[in-house]
Ligand binder design. Structure first.
Ligand code: AMP
Ligand code: FE
Ligand code: FE
Ligand code: ZN
Length: 281
């Protein structure tokens, strides 16, 4: 069982990297990718948890914005973690999330919502990429909403008046940096329309020109129709098809391995990295 997209407390998941690997092992996952938002901070701890039955794919999910301002998530897998351009891109993104969070909190408290930046920091694990889920947790702690999900329904979604973007690379830039760092680039849940505005089918041509390797087709935020359109696009453009859980621990409903990637697709994807970087024991 191959699950190529999961999160830990190093971004907005609720499991430590060690615990995530143990849970994946118990769930029967044989190939697990750890893909925290804009961070590789969980890699070392995750590596320390592997057993012969499970291999680890180190990666990150990069928050991107198109030139039209559409939010896109790009999974970078199997890149060289020491690549300086890659680490610079990730740290630039994390840095700009701080003033962005300050602005969101200011807008909300100006409207009388009980929230401060300190509340958000209390809800953010040490060293984690700070994001809306931590703001959601702070709102839950303050009794403003009952759950993360409820916070996203209204206050925190992409169309909310409190939503502020942070500076981010374009998907093309992110793909180029991932590929230069020797990794493979898979666009995450590109047609997840319930999250907000999505890219059009024609955009994929530009992404392929930049070096895109795959499309995350099987993901709970994409309908059966959206998944079949994406399958057709992947086949036409000769891209690898992946499926994954986007597991966030108790932070989201997504269950480990609820969607998975076929072995042959995974083997093709892995072969496109510039070195054999799957971590095994
Ligand atoms: P940010 O990167 O700070 O803009 O936050 C986006 C993150 O919020 C995404 O990566 C999702 O994991 C998370 N998210 C989006 N919708 C929900 C939801 N309904 N419940 C929990 N987390 C969510
Ligand atoms: Fe997330
Ligand atoms: Fe995502
Ligand atoms: Zn994700």
């Amino acid at each position: 069982m191959i699950d190529l997209h999961t999160h830990t407390i190093c971004s907005d998941g609720t499991d430590a990297p060690f615990a995530l690997v143990k849970k994946a092992l118990a769930a029967g996952i044989t190939t697990l990718a750890i893909t925290d938002h804009d961070s590789t901070a969980g890699w070392e701890e995750a590596v320390s948890a592997i057993q012969p039955q499970i291999e680890l794919v180190l990666g990150a999910e990069i928050s991107c914005l198109t030139t039209d301002g559409i939010s896109v998530h790009m999974l970078g897998l199997l890149f060289d973690g020491k690549n300086s351009e890659m680490q610079q891109m990730l740290s630039d993104s994390r840095d700009t999330r701080v003033p962005r969070m300050r602005k969101m909190v200011e807008l909300m408290s100006a409207d009388g919502i009980n929230i401060s930046l300190d509340d958000v920091y209390r809800a953010t694990p040490e060293g984690a990429t700070v994001g809306r889920p931590h703001l959601a947790d702070a709102l839950v702690a303050n009794g403003v909403v009952a759950t993360r999900d409820e916070a996203f329904l209204d206050l925190l979604n992409n169309e909310s008046k409190y939503y502020v973007t942070h500076a981010a690379p374009t998907p093309v830039d992110a793909i180029e940096v991932i590929r230069k760092a020797g990794g493979v680039a898979v666009i995450a849940h590109p047609f997840a329309s319930r999250r907000g505005q999505i890219i059009t089918a024609s955009t994929f041509t530009d992404l392929v020109a930049a070096g895109l390797n795959g499309i995350e087709v099987h993901h709970r935020d994409q309908s059966a129709d959206e998944q079949s359109t994406l399958t057709a696009i992947a086949q036409e453009l000769n891209l690898v098809i992946t499926g994954s859980s986007d597991y966030h621990g108790t932070g989201k409903l997504n269950g480990l391995a609820e969607n998975t990637t076929h072995q042959a697709q995974w083997e093709q994807l892995e072969s496109l990295a510039d070195a054999r970087r799957v971590v095994k024991k």
